[in-house]
Design a protein around this ligand. Sequence first.
Ligand code: BES
Ligand code: MN
Ligand code: MN
Length: 457
Amino acid sequence: MEAIFHALRASNVARTQQLETYLRIPSISSEPQYGPDVARCARHTALLLQQAGMESVTVHETAGHPVVVGRWEKAPGCPTVLIYGHYDVQPVDPLDLWSAAPFSPRYHDNRIFARGATDDKGQVLMHIQAVAAILQQHGRLPVNVIFLLEGEEEIGSPHLPEFITTHRRTLKADLALVSDSYMWAENRPAITTQLRGLVLLDVVLSGSNRDLHSGSYGGGIANPLEMLARMLATVKDQTGTIVIPGFYDEVRQPTALVRQQWAQLPFDEAQYLQALGLTQGWGEAGYTLLERIWLRPTFEINGLWGGYNGPGGKTVLPAKANAKLSLRLVPDQDPDTMAERVKAYLLGIAPPGLSIEINRIPGGGSPCAVPAGWFALTAAQRALQESFQVAPLYIGEGSSIPVVADFAKILGIHTLLIGFGLPDANAHAPDESLHLPTFHTGIESLVRLFYHLRDSF
Ligand code: BES
Ligand code: MN
Ligand code: MN
């Protein structure tokens, strides 16, 4: 492995430039006008896989953005690793809060700044470069690899489950490997052992057939915006517990072991809050802040609007009120069941005489958890420890990577989640960045991981 590490270090500049080129493609999956850029990014991803030495590379059209698959399977008897990542990125707004253009990468303070630097192009490229480095030195890999790189993760992977189902025979692997999450801190790697699931809902509450003068009509009839606010305010009680019937029915209780492990993490709540400009947390009574984010389900209002939002005042009684809602789910909650429960609850308390429409927004997925003692965790622990010189921490995660639960459901495999983003990477926010020393050390750890996976299989 020393020869590989030597060659990697000698090519730091060239490999960083490869990242820079990748980050110049504005592959925003949610905005239709970027469709051609997303397609171009898919082709560029395929090119990177080819250059890395994959034996076969294919770009698959879907009803949405393309899926890119790259394969190298010449290690009979060795495990097959399905490496998943996404080449699409989040939108860039608010643009005026960026220090520089989001798709013109900029170097500062050991970091590269651009949309997608951490989430997830930088981490995708780490896997590609790790595999390329091994192939370049040895002409062969210690494991079989199948890259599965998609362009719709940031919109909830609406077409990927069908793609995986259709191709389940050729995607058969012994484990999935994903780098689309965070380390604990700089120089403190982490292995993520669970992700929350996600359900998105769109609510419209309508009253009169047009906006009305709030003086002429106010007090006489229901105001949809007020009524929707009242309805949503009943969802949680004063202690943050969700009162929707059945909401917690399937929630798996945390084991004493997990609670104890997480309680021992070097987490400083006051410092965490201070970094957010806050002095207090808020949420369900009886759980620590990390427990509330990692292993409790939530109901969030992502948007609530209607009526007048311009400068000054306007005396209007709006005809319509809108809300965007999201649920984060934990094992063993089912997205369809949970969406139905929330829908039934809101329909049940809608004021008579107003009409309400609740629609599921496509995308999202189930929660998932990795079993303790799984062989891949041991291999990852060794690889991270050897490269970062410190033992990785086992953490949970409140966000979602929708397809991970599908790997278990459709392919019957667990997923190893080792992320190389730093907590202040600003994913989804202005000035997203990737810490370059972590990028390089992380690639080394991935090289080690492939060998350890072979040895511990
Ligand atoms: N990479 C993130 C999820 C993530 C973030 C995992 C931080 C671990 C640590 C992923 O790209 C993401 O943003 N997921 C979205 C999914 C949604 C847009 C369908 C999420 O969780 O909101
Ligand atoms: Mn991501
Ligand atoms: Mn993301």
